[in-house]
Write a protein that binds this ligand. Structure first.
Ligand code: ZN
Length: 130
């Protein structure tokens, strides 16, 4: 069974919904599991002032996206772009099997697509976000 904090984020996702006028928005899927995450951000003075996501899928995919939004909200774009795969797995706090790793990292992947889209960078393959 999943840990209580994962179920809590799954049942009561934080920053859930969509921004009326996001500075950047992206969507991505994990076809292996059927997970979908849409995420939008607003940036002001170099900081992530608003971030919201919506989606559907398994508890790990939705809870990790919810945890991620809490972790990066208020951070500078530099700090937020350094949020890594390891940081995400540490936040989740459970061992994630190889078959669920794409679930756990989908939210992070979408966040990087959004943030890098805003910053004009591209997501490099070496980040291994699936
Ligand atoms: Zn999944």
């Amino acid at each position: 069974m999943y840990q209580e904090n994962i179920l809590d984020h799954y049942r009561n996702p934080r920053n859930f919904g969509s921004l009326a006028k996001p500075d950047m928005e992206a969507v991505d899927y994990n076809p292996l599991c059927g997970d979908k995450i849409t995420m939008g951000i607003k940036i002001k003075d170099g900081k992530v002032i608003e971030i919201m996501f919506s989606g559907e899928g398994c508890a790990i995919s939705q809870a990790s996206a919810s945890m991620l939004t809490e972790a990066v909200k208020g951070k500078s774009t530099e700090e937020a772009s350094e949020f890594s795969k390891d940081d995400m797995l540490e936040l989740l706090g459970i061992p994630v099997s190889a078959s669920r790793i794409k679930c756990a990292l989908l939210g992070l992947k979408v966040f990087k697509l959004v943030l890098y889209g805003f910053l004009g960078k591209s997501l490099s393959d070496k980040e291994e976000l699936g």
